[in-house]
Design a protein around this ligand. Sequence first.
Ligand SMILES: Cc1cc2nc3c(=O)[nH]c(=O)nc-3n(C[C@H](O)[C@H](O)[C@H](O)COP(=O)(O)O)c2cc1C
Length: 227
Amino acid sequence: MSSLKSIGNKFFSTSFKTYKSDHIPKGIFKASIAPRPIGWISSVCKSGNHNLAPFSYFNAVCDIPPTIMISTTDQHIEGGPKDTLQNIESTGHFVVNIVTQQLYEQMNLTSADLPRHTSEFDYADIKWLKSDFGESRRVENSPIQFECKYFTSVQLPQENKTSVNKMIIGTVIAVHVDSNILDENGRVDYAKLKLIARMGYNDYLAINPKDIFVGKRPAANNILPKE
Ligand SMILES: Cc1cc2nc3c(=O)[nH]c(=O)nc-3n(C[C@H](O)[C@H](O)[C@H](O)COP(=O)(O)O)c2cc1C
């Protein structure tokens, strides 16, 4: 369906095309909301199997206290919720590991559809560290890791009966930062961090410090009308 622009009582075709939500051409939704950060989530099930999987429906949602969300969509290959969702809801602890260029291959391997009781730590040969506040592991080579406590889950709309679309919200209870990615003022140095993010389709973005610019919010006294 193409949009029509009206001038007086005449209608002209514009370059916009309008699609109802169930007919959006494949990939446009995710490609338009990009880059999306990647949360590489480690969790553990009640019987002790350690899980690791990437999520790009991931973001910060508030900062006092620091709070994040991830959404699991679709389903596990064996049916039902993905391991990450099941584990977090049952144990209450998980870790968000930040993904760098160097970790891309391993991160991608951990998105494979593996049987429920196979650990991605073994499958992708991931080095790990113990957490301080729970049983989920930290990815050793990830330079920033957030230990999180499960806050709540939000059931999302589901058109497909087999999907389990849920948003998990977690409170960050501890941050582990490798000092090698900080500058002399203790700020994150993007040249050292070498962050990657998810674009649409099969595209990724390697964050290049040359593309970063500084923007400051306007001071309120520049906007309010002068008396
Ligand atoms: C970069 C990347 C981002 C992904 N983002 C999501 C996401 O936001 N939500 C989701 O359900 N699956 C996402 N996936 C797919 C999951 O990682 C995949 O289904 C994984 O097997 C889930 O593992 P689990 O069952 O161990 O939790 C993503 C995969 C990749 C490679």
